[in-house]
Design a protein around this ligand. Structure first.
Ligand code: GTP
Length: 597
């Protein structure tokens, strides 16, 4: 296709502002998919995405559009993941296109993710067309939101397109705006091939499918290609465009977006952001900006039932085939037995993987507290990464320790501002900025990631009744006084409950933790001391008193079936327990004990 007839774009939006609905409308109104084949939210494929309404994997669709000027255009929409954990993937997808539609819900206005995503688009040098969605809603205030876009983002919104993605109102205007307001791609057909690897996924029938954007040169079916990061060479078996199902095509020229298969064994062999060139007469210089995927949040995953370990291993290996950003290694815990230490791009990523293991593979899991990666500066001059608080070496060997910090942006209605500031302050935050966008405050905080990985987001939602939006980027590492806190139950250390805490907060945390555990651990027939300690020093202690719990006592003798039912229930309850020495600790204690109120 001629460059001047191509438009490549993405849609940037805060969650729920209508990105998927608009994408579906564009696909439908151009006849790309017949009405009868139209399923809701075509671009979100995984169940989990559908259920939670989040788009996890980038995907794309090629749309043919005859514009009002009588010309035929090819529109390539790349769907970007909508969550902070996937910021690098978002930035790569953005580099693959020239423009963006900025969707803002006209009844809600600009949110934290609107900002985060629009910054990615601006970084990538995009032309941006503001689109105000949901103008069918009585609460829509297009003029106010236009002013907000101009104030907060600094984009001219006077020509914003007003639409209702739900009813279809304004969709033709969006298509015309794509053609006339977004630039055509540039590229040199005669130059050596340079194609960016935008995304890849595992398809059970086709193996690894790689999505590419050709920058220069031509990619043909049968070509021998080389991945410039890994230096691996493959030959292109299939070349196709997505409509959104695959339709074979003999070649992709500059500006075009498509997918290829090349007998690549695992998604791990492909690196998002890598440059693909031809094996012979290839490009010598890769496209700029490649970054290897780097897990930032780690946690242990252990089977509740030790007999499920092999199943867990199989499941994790399978998932890893399809997710290059997820890392894992075997871990043994005195408390939990055999399991895996897994690394994730962020908390959502962790949750998605855990859910899939439990749901798709039907494995009951114990998840240990998420931890970040600390840098340990040892007295012998070496520097080590610490992924697991249980591995913290003796303090006398460590000179100092650095932890990752983030820049968090929170948008919140005025009336909840006080609670948000308090929450950030409680989590060792340092306020960096506070400004107003209409009746909403925008707060920027410098926070330690370790205070955020656990339940910050839940707490934020609860103190603001769900009205706050939140986004973050990791800014770097800083030294701080962190120590390892251990928990002892019946005098035995429970390694899965070890955590890194700030020295000044250790006592408060330790106290909260032992109090929680006291409620979470059922009484036994003997007294159980529950302690939090730093090094050898106990900083908090509770004692669970002894009790003989006779569950059948309230059955007034007679009814045998009722009695049996109760006993069965107790047995089932037992299954979700782990034994530590003589003490049974319920599975949920591992997560609940770490939540702070
Ligand atoms: P993520 O995929 O989670 O990022 O969300 P999204 O931005 O793709 O939003 P989605 O398209 O799933 O829309 C969110 C909700 O808003 C859905 O319930 C839609 O039906 C609804 N919605 C989308 N567009 C409109 C609109 O124009 N008017 C109204 N009233 N509702 C809309």
């Amino acid at each position: 296709t001629e460059l001047s007839r191509i438009r490549n774009f993405s849609i940037v939006a805060h969650i729920d502002h209508g990105k998927s609905t608009l994408a579906d409308r564009l696909i439908q109104s151009t006849g790309t998919v017949a009405d009868r084949d139209m399923k809701e939210q075509l671009l979100d494929s995984m169940d989990i995405e559908r259920e939670r309404g989040i788009t996890i994997k980038a995907n794309s669709v090629r749309i043919d559009y005859k514009a009002n000027d009588g010309q035929d255009y090819v529109l390539n929409l790349i769907d970007t993941p909508g969550h902070v954990d996937f910021a690098y993937e978002v930035s790569r997808s953005m580099r693959a296109v020239e423009g963006s539609l900025l969707i803002v819900d006209a009844s809600q206005g600009v949110e934290a993710q609107t900002l985060a995503n629009v910054y990615h688009a601006l970084d990538a040098g995009h032309e941006i067309v503001p689109v105000l969605n949901k103008i069918d809603l009585p609460a829509a205030e297009p003029d106010r939101v236009k002013a907000q876009i101009e104030d907060v983002i600094g984009l001219d919104a006077s020509d914003a397109v007003l639409i209702s993605a739900k009813s279809g109102l304004g969709i033709p205007d969006v298509l015309e705006a794509i053609v006339h307001r977004l630039p055509a791609p540039k590229g040199d057909r005669t130059a050596p091939l340079k194609a960016m690897l935008v995304d890849s996924w595992y398809d059970p029938y086709l193996g690894v499918v790689v999505m590419v954007r050709v920058m220069d040169g031509v990619l043909r079916k049968g070509d021998r290609i080389r991945m410039m990061q890994t230096n691996a060479v493959y030959s292109v078996d299939t070349l196709a465009v997505l409509r959104p199902q695959m339709v074979a095509i003999p070649e992709l020229g500059p500006g075009e977006i498509g997918v290829l298969t090349a007998q690549i064994k695992q998604v791990r062999d492909t690196r998002v952001g890598d440059t693909i060139t031809t094996e012979r007469k290839g490009a010598t210089e890769a496209l700029p900006g490649f970054k290897p995927a780097q897990p930032v949040v780690f946690c242990g995953l252990f089977p509740v039932d030790a007999a499920d370990f092999e199943d867990l291993r199989d499941a994790i290996e399978k998932l890893a085939l399809n997710d290059a950003s997820f890392s894992y290694e075997m871990e043994t815990s005195a408390a939990l037995g055999f399991g895996f230490r897994c690394g994730f791009l962020g908390l959502l990523h962790l949750e998605v993987i855990r859910d899939r293991l439990e749901r798709e593979y039907d494995i009951d899991l114990i998840t240990t507290a998420p931890s970040v990666v600390y840098h340990l500066y040892m007295r012998d001059g070496t520097v080590k990464d610490l992924h697991n608080p249980a591995d913290m070496p003796d303090l006398t060997l460590v000179d100092h320790l650095e932890e990752p910090r983030i820049k968090a942006t929170i948008l919140v209605p005025d009336e909840y501002l006080g609670d948000v500031l308090k929450l950030c302050q409680d989590r060792r935050g340092i306020q960096a900025d506070l400004s107003y966008a209409g009746s909403r405050a925008m707060v920027v905080y410098d926070l330690p990631l370790n205070e955020v990985v656990f339940d910050f987001y839940d707490r934020l939602k609860s103190v603001t009744k769900g009205y706050a939006s939140f986004d973050y980027t990791i800014t770097g590492y800083r030294e701080d006084a962190l120590v390892k806190m251990q928990v002892l139950v019946n005098d035995e250390p429970v390694d899965a409950l070890s955590m890194m805490v700030h020295r000044d907060r250790a006592e408060m945390r330790g106290r909260a933790m032992v109090e929680k555990l006291k409620d979470l651990i059922p009484r036994h027939m003997f007294k159980i001391p529950i302690q939090a300690a730093i090094g050898g020093k106990v900083i908090a202690r509770e004692t669970l008193s002894a009790l003989r719990k006779d569950v059948t006592a309230k059955c007034y003798g007679g009814d045998a079936t009722r009695k049996r039912k109760l006993l069965d229930k107790q047995k089932a309850g037992k299954k979700k327990m782990r034994q530590f020495g003589k003490v049974d600790i319920p599975q949920e204690a591992f997560i609940s004990a770490l939540k702070m109120d």
